[in-house]
Every structure is written in C-alpha cells, then in structure tokens.
Design a protein around this ligand. Structure first.
Ligand code: BF8
Length: 657
C-alpha cells in the first residue's frame, strides 16, 4: 500500500449484519482485502464496557473510580457516598454539557464571523439573506423599519451575543418559545441565562461534593440543554442562513457514486459551513480548474460528508457522499484526492485510512488536530489561504494517483433543503405562506402527527437500518417525518427523498404529499438545524388548533442510531421543550432507578416531554405513534382521524366496486 503502511490481517465482518449501505459494504470488503481497518472492525473486536454502558461508574475524583452494580444499583454507593442516582445524573449531565458546548461553541464561531462580516473586517463572505435577518431581528424586538442593514445587523449581533455571555435574565430566543411552554420553564427555573454560564454551572455542580440530588442536577442539565437548542444551535442555524442563504427545495445527489474517477475529488467533512463555502469559492477559481486540467483531470469535484455536507446539500445541492459511519470507507475508493475536516465527529482513525490510500487529509480548525495529520489553519479573515492549499494538494495527489480506483456506482437523487421558511412557503404559497395547511391536515387526520428522526450512525448497530425501518413505519402510519444530520443521509440513500416515495406513505399522508408535490420525509440540514424543528413546532402552536404548548402537539422525536454527546444534548432539549424522544442503540441509565424514572416519566408530569428507549425500530415507531395518538386524544382530534380513515376506506371500497 502507499506510504509503506503495513498490511494488517483483518477479521472479515459479517456485512449483512454491519450495514444496509451497499456502497459502504462494498468498500468494507475492499478495505479487508487491502488490509485496512475501520471503526466497524474495531467495534466488532472491542466489546463496549458494560459498566460504562450502564453509567454505573464514577470517575470524577481519585478516591475512585468507583464501580457500582447495574444488577443491584442500590446495593452500594461510591467512596464519597454518592448513590447510583447521583452518579448517573452526573454522568448524563456531563454528556449534555459537552454536547451543548460543541453546538454553542460552533454557534459562537458563526456569530463572530457574522460580526466581522458586518463591520467590514471580513470580505470573503457577505449577508446573503437580508430578508431573514430583518425577520428574525424583528422577532427579537429590534427595530428594522427604514434602517440600514448594517445597523440592524450590528444590533442583531449584540442581542444574540447574550445567548452566550449573559449571566442573568433569559436568552434572546426565549421570545420564540410558545407562552405556555415558557411558563413551564419559568416555573421549574430552567430558562437559560447564557450558555457559558449554564455549562459552567453544570460542570461545577457535577464536581465531587457539590450537587448530590439527582433532581437538582437534572434541573441544571435541562437548563443547559435548552441553552443549546434555543441558544447555540438556533444561533448557528439563523446566522448561517443569513450569511450563506436560507435553504429552499433543491435537487441533490447522495452516495459514494458522486465521486468521479476522472476528476479531482475533494471531500469536506465536519460541521462549520464557512470552511465549506470557502472551498466552494476555491474550486470555482478558473486558475485551479486550469491546473486540474493540466494535471489530466476533467474537472474538480467537491462533495460533502456528515453535517457540513448536509448543510451544503441543503443550501447549494452539493453532492453528499455519506454519513458518519462512511467517512473512513469513502477513502477506500482510492478516489478521494483530499479531505478537509474542521470540528466534531472527525474520527482519529481517518488518519490511518488516509495514509493507506494516499489521500491528503488536512485538519483546519485550531480546536481539532490529529496526531500525524497536516494542519492548515483556516483563518476567516483570509479563508482562501487554507482552502486554496487544500485544492492545490488535491490536484497534486490526482497527478500522482498510484492505486487502482473503485467507486461504488450508486447515486440517490432526491429533494433536500426544507428550511422552516420553505415549509411555510411550500404549504401556503408566497402570499399566504403559513403553517395553517399543516395544522389543518393534522386536525382532519390526514397527517397523524409529525416526527423528528435525527442523529448519528453507530457501528454497534447495522448502519442506516434502524433509521430506514423506523421512518418507513412512521410514514406508513401517516406520520410526516422531519430529518437532519446523518439520519437524513441514511434515508436519502434509501431513496425516500423523492416525491414518488409518497407511495410508501399511508393514504392520508400520501394524499397531502401528492397535492403539494413533496416527499413524505423532509430534510432540514445538519444537526444544529434541529433548531428548525423547534421553530417549526413553535409555528404549529402559534398557528393554532393544536394546543397551547409544545407538549400539547402530536409530535415525537427519535435518534435511533445515536452515538455522540451532542445527540444526548439534543435529545434532552427536545424533552425539555415538551417532546417525547426515543433513543436507540443503548441508553446510559439503569432501568428501575429513580433517575431513570425521572427522565422516562417524571419530567412529563412536570409539563416537559419525556425520554424513551428501544433498539427496535418497529417498537420505536409503535411507541412514537402511541404517543402521537395520546396527544390527538387530549386535543379532541382523535375522532376526526377515525372519520377520515373511514371516509378513505369507504372511498376505496367505492373505487373497487
Ligand atoms: O452533528 S448526526 S454522527 S455528523 S453528531 Fe456527528 Fe451524529 Fe452525524 Fe453531525 Ni450530529
């Protein structure tokens, strides 16, 4: 292999049990032949730690680490006396703190970029959507009438900065939260002040000898998660839309077949759209196109992976070559000339695979470096310095390609780019854009409810399978599905992002999809764009007819193949916002403990949503649908659905007669 990497003996995987992504399976086979190990192989060889998986271990001080028993959780306590509930709540809270930190730090970077663009210090980016700027600024109470964009933008920046730095008061986007939901938050003291303060306090409380009441820890954990969903993540989405454009429905291709053998292939993987936007500018440079041609290439092919890939797919229709569990296997094609990464979900294992196939791998963000990988600093004030270097290296590697190339010939075309604004327009048209048609179709029962199916892929379960089976089951039962992140890509690969996929939906949902011309599954973008689900749900409440708080809505959420701490933070802010949220794979809490009872039941009694767990997609769908039906019943619209279905059956009988 290239670069003298010693060929390893790889124990072959049972591919039937590993993935339903045919391209990934094909590349795993090739990797095994080439002697290249991936995360799938490591997961198969390494059993997950059973004590950690149950969160029965505390390692927050050196009197331990203390190990309790998940079989007998109340049989003993830690050296300091910490009970199983304290230990689990601490561990869970720290996952939320870390996940929230990742999203809010990303959001803060976007906000800083925005400030520098507005004050003219950065010229490579500009405000692409001033209409959205004005709209969101007005929601925050900023005067927009007869004012210069620059002045509105500066006020907007100052207001949103409070999302992070404020020490007292409520974060700005609390203004978007339906009144009754906000009341519940205020009653329980969980309205976030500023993300930095919430994360700091949560880390403090989970230190040895501080907060030792699982309910009290959960309160701060909830406040911190909300500072992610309604804070850091929401700021990241809104600022990215304003700077780079709000997505509207766009055709896009997904899967490894988007790589092109005769072109220079550049993959961007990570989470921050500014890197990707700048690479897009670099590859559009005629000088680079010429050098690529001089090197014998037919062109330069820019594609994305993971969340920044999903953002670029949504905004510009840039091809997306795979989700989290395909980031190593994409390089096994031998066709990736360069891969640029920024932050989050970047496996250290990429370095080894890149080495094996001679892919030029670059880290770009000061927060994320990998031993043995070249770092080209991405500096927003001169972004092209970094991204031009990536393109140059890619062309260089194309010229010197040595290994045979094998690209799986699979491309899945579909429609992406369903921002909250676009859904508004799609349903109601330019002049009467509104969520009313959605609400009406829920009330009359054609649409049973709405589900958010999001999150990662994880080598502990068959890649994409749980996502795909769950979503198919939901739409078959007339549940409209909204998606983000790696889950969106799983369903796009399964072909559900086409309007024709409406034929897989139940009679009510397919009728709505056919009328509007939309797929039964709507992709909203990256993981921070889960905030679009929050704003869409709030819009449903504001539109009327479906209750007064988010907890009243017939909606549910799921992350069926989750793996990251960010997913836990997202799950918890959905729960805190009033949504029943079901996770798959495994859940880091012991069933039967008081903390488990609080998350899976108690929170709902307090007016929030609640957690659920099952690794089985059909059971997951059943749980979500049962919850949606429960909410329909409380709203008094369950009868409407019965009537609708009777009408539908009658019609079918008539048609058959
Ligand atoms: O933030 S879905 S594997 S890529 S964590 Fe990561 Fe999970 Fe993918 Fe994006 Ni989200």
């Amino acid at each position: 292999m290239e670069n003298d990497i010693k060929k390893k003996e790889i124990k072959p995987l049972d591919l039937q049990k590993t993935t339903i992504c045919e391209a990934t399976a094909q590349m795993l086979k090739k990797a095994e032949k080439d002697g290249v190990e991936t995360a799938f192989h490591r997961a198969a060889a390494m059993k997950a730690c059973p004590i950690g998986a149950d969160s029965a271990c505390c390692k927050h001080c050196s009197m331990g680490p203390c190990r309790l028993s998940s079989k007998d959780p109340y049989g003993k306590v830690g050296v300091c006396g910490a009970t199983i509930d304290t230990i689990q709540a601490r561990n869970f809270a720290r996952m939320v703190a870390s996940g929230a930190a990742a999203h809010t730090d990303h959001g803060m970077s976007m906000l800083e970029l925005f400030r520098e663009v507005v004050n003219g210090h950065i010229k490579d980016y500009s405000i692409k959507d001033p209409t959205k700027l004005k709209k969101v600024a007005s929601i925050l109470g900023i005067e927009v009438k007869d004012r210069e964009i620059k002045d509105i933008a500066m006020d907007f920046y100052r207001e949103l900065e409070r999302t992070y730095t404020q020490v007292e008061g409520e974060i700005p986007f609390a203004k978007r939260v339906p009144e009754k939901t906000l009341e519940t938050w205020r009653k329980h003291g969980v309205v976030p002040r500023g993300a930095m303060r919430e994360i700091m306090e949560l880390m403090h409380r989970t230190h040895i000898g501080v907060d030792q009441h699982y309910e009290n820890i959960t309160q701060q954990c909830t406040r911190t998660a909300l500072s992610d969903g309604w804070g850091g993540s929401m700021v990241a989405t809104e600022i990215s839309d304003i700077l780079f454009g709000t997505p509207t429905a766009i055709r896009g291709d997904v899967n490894m077949g988007c790589l092109k053998e005769k072109e220079v292939n550049i993959v961007i993987h990570g989470h921050e759209p500014n890197l990707f936007e700048s690479v897009l500018a670099s590859v559009g440079d005629p000088d680079f196109l010429q050098s690529a041609k001089d090197a014998g290439a037919e062109g330069i092919n820019l594609v994305g992976m993971c969340c920044s890939g999903s953002e670029m797919l949504s905004r510009h229709g840039i091809p997306h070559v795979g989700n989290f569990m395909s980031t190593e296997t994409i390089m096994v094609t031998g066709a990736v000339d360069a891969m640029g990464v920024d932050v989050q979900c970047i496996k250290q294992g990429l370095a080894q695979v890149a080495n094996c196939y001679g892919t030029r791998l670059f880290t770009t963000n000061p927060r994320c470096r990998i031993e043995g990988v070249e770092h080209i600093a991405f500096i927003e004030h001169e972004p092209r310095k970094c991204t031009d270097a990536i393109v140059k290296n890619a062309i260089e590697r194309f010229k010197n390609r040595k290994l045979p190339i094998e690209i799986p010939k699979i491309i899945n075309s579909g429609i992406h780019g369903f921002s909250m604004e676009y859904v508004n327009y799609m349903l109601g048209g330019t002049f009467r854009g509104s969520y009313k048609p959605l609400n009406e179709n829920i009330i009359n029962g054609r649409i049973r409810g709405v589900a958010g199916v999001v999150g990662c892929t994880n080598p502990r379960v068959k890649q994409d399978w749980v996502h795909v089976e769950l979503v198919k089951e939901l739409i078959r039962n007339d549940v409209l599905v909204l998606q983000t992140g790696c889950s969106q890509i799983a369903l796009a690969k399964a072909g559900l992002y086409t309007p024709e996929a409406a034929s897989l939906a139940g009679p009510g949902l397919s009728e709505v999809c056919e009328t509007v011309g939309m797929p039964p599954v709507l992709g909203l973008g990256s993981c921070v764009d889960n905030s679009r689900i929050l704003t869409a749900a709030s819009e449903m409440v504001h539109t009327g007819g479906l209750g007064e708080s988010l907890a009243d809505l017939p909606i549910a959420g799921a992350a069926p193949e989750w793996m990251s701490e960010k997913a836990i933070s997202i799950g918890h802010y959905f729960v805190a916002s009033g949504v029943y949220t079901v996770f798959g794979v495994t859940f880091p809490i012991i069933e039967g403990t008081k903390f488990h009872q609080l998350l899976f039941d108690g929170l709902e009694n307090m007016g929030f949503g609640k957690w659920g767990f099952t690794p089985n997609p059909y059971e997951m769908a059943r749980m979500m649908i049962a919850h949606i039906d429960k909410k329909r019943k409380s709203l008094g619209i369950d009868k409407a659905r019965e009537r609708t279905l009777m009408d539908m059956t009658d019609r079918q009988k008539l048609e058959a007669a």
